[in-house]
Write a new protein. Structure first.
Length: 501
């Protein structure tokens, strides 16, 4: 991964950070998540949109890593360079908060997985589940305090280990793929499962096998609605694409950052598409929708029996624990870098004897702990965490893409003009995709994001006070006013009951 002398990360280790960050909870939830939202055709369109948009964003990270190697803290540094201190802070804080809530979703899914075998864990947000998750959280806290390099080595090992059950799943589902079932699921029809009393039987989970049922087709949802319903999910499973960029200061060669980003993205995209589409050839869409998470376990169980669910569940736990480690490292690095640039309070620059940004780690762990407790009061804790994570992280992504547009239009670093038109087009497409995803997420998650961004601005105000400078410029005051207004509307919605968690 890195030589013992230079302490730097190779392209392989950087790619493992990208893959390890992207493959976590989301990939194991795809069959049921897409089954509820869309048919096969809608899923294909959703992945084409998401894959194309995120590929443009991956190219943006690659281009910026090459043209701005001095901006070595990635997603935060680009927003600050392009749009000033407050939006730079907002990018860092939004990315950090989204990462923390993403880690909460990991804990929920681990306990939901165990809940299939030990009912005391329920859907991952019972008192016992939250207690066990808290123990895991603080255990990882102690591990990361031992050193970033050591934690990155463990992440690389976990990345390799969690690929095994995913690849086995794809092979077995491909072998069992039923073309007729896929055709039935293709257009996303509503379907009711009516048991045939002469044939029907229930499996261990009380589900009716599709071979023993009569399919009743009702009018289908519009294709637009099917695709729209998957948009935040596709964003969530791509989160982590910036992993190599955030750690660019640890790279042996700045160019390795862009290569690792694209390699990691393409590999993960292929896995996501295969898992989604192959599942439509194993179960009817209503059966997919009815699976508990992690739904990959239910799909494999239908093919090979109980051991399939156990196998996927073990793989998920390894995957999620590895991804949690990756995201914790990313979250701490962003806070630490922002504090060094004086966008966060100076306290967050503190490191321990192992070079770990310890103050940032403490704040990260406490924030995750708070949201773990809050999951007890939510009905669909995993879905809420997944979609709120996506919404929070889209703003930093949008700012990075917009900075790439600004850089290309200004001609900076393009003295000879080479690549200027191509990079501008890619940046414009990435920006359009980020805007589309923000709109597809809907008003609810924008308002909930504002409710987190608003109080979080206190960290920025503290940092500006430490420097003895004005908090906001004229334009920044307007941005802050919009954030505060959104936060107040979200709070009113929660109290009034028209925003439901």
């Amino acid at each position: 991964m890195s030589s013992p002398t230079d302490g730097k990360l190779s392209v392989g280790a950087l790619t493992a950070l990208v893959v390890g960050s992207m493959i976590g909870a989301g990939i194991f939830s795809l069959p049921a998540t897409f089954g509820r939202a869309s048919g096969g055709f809608g899923a294909i369109i959703a992945w084409l949109i998401a894959g194309s948009g995120m590929l443009m964003l991956a190219f943006v990270f690659q281009t910026l890593a090459q043209r701005k190697p001095d901006l070595d803290s990635g997603i935060y540094a680009y927003a600050r360079a392009g749009f000033g201190n407050y939006l730079g802070f907002a990018s860092a804080f939004g990315f950090w908060a989204g990462t923390c809530i993403g880690n909460v979703s990991y804990f929920i899914l681990i306990k939901s997985t165990l809940g299939a075998f030990f009912p005391v864990f329920g859907d991952g947000n019972t008192v016992i589940a939250i207690g066990v998750s808290s123990l895991l959280l603080w255990s990882f806290h102690l591990l990361v305090l031992r050193g970033v390099q050591e934690a990155a080595v463990i992440n690389t090992i976990a990345t390799v280990a969690k690929m095994i059950p995913i690849l086995v799943f794809i092979i077995l589902v491909a072998v069992a793929f039923d073309r007729e079932l896929f055709v039935l699921n293709f257009w996303g029809t509503h379907a009711a499962i009516t048991p045939d009393p002469d044939l029907a039987h229930l499996d261990d989970y009380g589900r009716i096998g599709h071979a023993a049922a009569e399919l009743v087709v009702a009018p289908q949802e519009s294709l637009f609605e099917q695709v729209r319903s998957t948009m935040l999910v596709t964003v969530f499973v791509f989160l982590g694409i910036e992993g190599a960029s955030v750690y660019s200061r640890y790279a042996r060669n700045p160019r390795d950052v862009g290569v690792a980003t694209v390699l990691g993205f393409v590999g993960v995209l292929c896995l996501l598409i295969l898992i989604t589409l192959l599942s439509y050839g194993v179960l009817l869409r209503p059966e997919l929708a009815a699976l508990r998470q992690p739904s990959m376990a239910g799909v494999l169980e239908m093919i090979v029996g109980r051991w399939g669910a156990i196998f996927i569940s073990i793989g998920l736990i390894i995957s999620v624990l590895g991804a949690f480690l990756s995201w914790t490292l990313l979250a701490c690095e962003v806070l630490h870098a922002a504090a060094h640039d004086k966008a966060m309070p100076a306290l967050l620059t503190r490191e321990n004897a192992h070079g770990v940004p310890s103050a940032a780690l403490w704040l990260t762990t406490l924030f995750v702990q708070l949201f773990l407790v809050l999951t007890f009061f939510t009905e669909a804790a995993f879905t809420l965490a997944l979609e709120l994570t996506s919404s929070l992280t889209l703003i930093p992504y949008l700012l990075v893409a917009a900075y790439a547009v600004k850089l290309a239009r200004s001609g900076e670093t393009y003295e000879n003009g080479a690549g200027h038109g191509r990079d501008l087009l890619i940046a414009l497409l990435a920006t359009a995709y980020a805007v589309l995803m923000v709109l597809a997420g809907g008003l609810k998650y924008l308002l909930l994001s504002a409710l987190i961004y608003g109080p979080g601005t206190l960290l920025y105000l503290k940092a500006r006070h430490e420097q003895g400078v004005a908090a906001f410029s004229g334009a920044e005051k307007l941005v802050f006013a919009v954030v505060v207004l959104g936060a107040l509307v979200a709070l009113a919605g929660l109290v009034g009951g028209w925003i439901v968690l």
